[in-house]
Design a protein. Sequence first.
Length: 416
Amino acid sequence: MKRRDLFAASLAAGIMGSTRRGWAATPDAAAALGRTALHGTIPRIVPIRAHADQIMDIKVCLRPFRPAGPRMDVEHVAGKTVVHNYGHGGSGWSLSWGAAYMAVGHAAATLERKVAVIGCGIIGLTSALTAQRAGLDVTIYTRDLLPHTRSVRANGSWTPDSRIALTQQAGPEFARTWEKMARYSWQTYRDYLGMPGNPIDFRDNYTLSDTAPDAADHVPAPADAAKGSFATTGMPQNSAEFAEYASLISDIIPAPELLAGADNPFPVAYARRTPLMIYNFGSYGHLLLEEFHQAGGRIVIREFHSPSDLADLPERVVINCPGYAARDWWNDKSLIPVRGQTSWLPPQPDASYALEYKGAAMISKSDGVMIQGYDMSGLGEMDGVGNSFEHPDRAEAEKAIAIIGDLFTRFQPRAG
Ligand SMILES: Cc1cc2nc3c(=O)[nH]c(=O)nc-3n(C[C@H](O)[C@H](O)[C@H](O)COP(=O)(O)OP(=O)(O)OC[C@H]3O[C@@H](n4cnc5c(N)ncnc54)[C@H](O)[C@@H]3O)c2cc1C
């Protein structure tokens, strides 16, 4: 997750200008940065028990990033129509239903009834379900089922334009595609709200700061010309190169509110609250797999090594959803790894909120308290770019936990 996501709604609404503005709860600031929270609407905050000796899991994942955006074109290979659906960067969960809708559109246009889906991460599974909903007969071929994919090593919240593309390489046409994917996904996720086990849920997300964040924090830093760019080096070099599309859907995404004075329960000078959609991997994953089987779907465990392996599949249409693995299996070297790590502490169901502070994010979920150092070095969108080291880094996990732990050391719970 990136810091600017949390400000997306206000940016999107165009209410944050490019001039420096503080967060003082003056009518001016409230108007500039978002609405001031209605007095008395901040619930009692239960402290998070963020200590390194509580770590129960550290997960590492590579975001499948393509500078031009996800691959969603159609190819004819080994006698099959192959519809690609991979490369969703840090936005795969968020955009999954919209991307699936588009991929299934291509598949359905062939008029074939039987479809193979390769991959059972969040992109493969939503593609398979969307194909079933379009009346197609679907078999998933995959090396791993969802619980063992990179997908479940994510943070699991609504981050639809996190490392999804580079502005210049993706071009304006992708912005329109992105908007369609984001709107369709957001709408589909609403169907899963309020269900047993809360597969999809919302958390109040508190964005905290000791210093007055200003517009400059949320507008990409100007490109450092000395470093070059993707165009000159073949690798992104500046956060400013990454595309930002949140403003395209500001009309449907809840905006942040300022927590002013006594309404700020945290030991920091500045706080904002924004409703954040989250994915509870366990219950949501089970539900999707159950839906797939109930609708007659089949899963075959199989690993593919080269495109010619497709030849012996009985289906003539294939939706290809291998995520980052497309770099090897489809030889797509446009995929760039963007490493990310999350740590998991025991669940705290009484503390159902999320927060961000000093480059660390915390989300209290049903399957654990997730803590992620998403930008502890101040690299912004460049954090993890080009890094394919997919092993846990305990020191990094402890650093992120210490940021949240320190916050709560200074926290004074309110009486009552
Ligand atoms: C730290 C971190 C945090 C993130 N947080 C978020 C977030 O909060 N919100 C969000 O929207 N996104 C987030 N993401 C991004 C998201 O996790 C990815 O975009 C998404 O998981 C990609 O899903 P996928 O299904 O394409 O790939 P995968 O999950 O990698 O699934 C690929 C599937 O293909 C199968 N497969 C691969 N190769 C083969 C082969 N050769 N033969 C057969 N099967 C094969 C695999 O077994 C697997 O089933 C995050 C990523 C990271 C790293």
